[in-house]
Design a protein around this ligand. Structure first.
Ligand SMILES: Cc1cc2nc3c(=O)[nH]c(=O)nc-3n(C[C@H](O)[C@H](O)[C@H](O)COP(=O)(O)O)c2cc1C
Length: 186
């Protein structure tokens, strides 16, 4: 798939069929993470690939954080069912010391963001779907998956074949609102 077309047509997928993901497709998605750029090429990312149904059900349960969603009038994380239904969940973790810090900004989140977009675009290229799930109970997940102390869980990515066509994506701000030329104006 051509890069710009892939970027434009990727959507967050939250409904999955139970069709299994072929191993070579999973490996292509993981390889796309491995090839991402990172601070000083330190490659802080670590991935936990979860296929076990009971574990995925627990991951799904831990993606509802009451303090976050109740305050916003949500009864669940919109991606909660996806985490249980997709045949694979990739848990994206970071080792923050294996990235940079500059002027008070921790760059491991930048490294993880780039790697995450690689993951989602590679999935899309393979005819698969995914969604970045950033709301979850990190302590409970860490315990479930034996994540070592100091390693941060940054995102959960259900991965599988989309069930039906995802709806048109939510609108984006126009370029005039987000781009300044030469200097910040207004
Ligand atoms: C850092 C981050 C965290 C997100 N967390 C969640 C989440 O917890 N649950 C969910 O359903 N979607 C989540 N999303 C998906 C966004 O809602 C989605 O990307 C956005 O609405 C744009 O839609 P699109 O991906 O279809 O273009 C997250 C996206 C990002 C980048």
């Amino acid at each position: 798939m051509e890069t710009l077309a892939a970027i434009a047509s990727r959507r967050s997928v939250r409904k999955f069929s139970d069709r299994p993901v072929e191993e070579e497709k999973l490996q292509a998605v993981l390889e796309a993470v491995r090839m991402a750029p990172s601070w000083a090429n330190m490659q802080c990312w670590r991935l936990v690939v979860v296929k076990d149904e009971a574990a995925r059900a627990k991951i799904s349960e831990f993606s509802y954080v009451e303090s976050y969603f109740a305050a916003r009038g949500y009864k669940s994380n919109p991606a909660m069912k996806a985490l249980a239904e997709a045949p694979v969940v990739i848990v994206a973790c970071a080792v923050p010391e294996q990235s940079g810090e500059m002027a008070g900004q921790a760059y491991y989140l930048a490294d993880m963001g780039i790697a995450s977009q690689n993951l989602m675009l590679a999935a899309h290229d393979q005819g698969l779907g995914s969604v970045f799930v950033g709301v979850f109970d990190e302590d409970k997940l860490g315990e479930l998956l034996d994540i070592p102390p100091g390693v941060r869980i940054v995102g959960l990515f259900p991965l599988g074949y989309p069930l039906g066509e995802p709806k048109a994506g939510p609108p984006r701000k126009p370029l005039e609102e987000i781009v300044h030329y030469e200097k910040w104006k207004g």
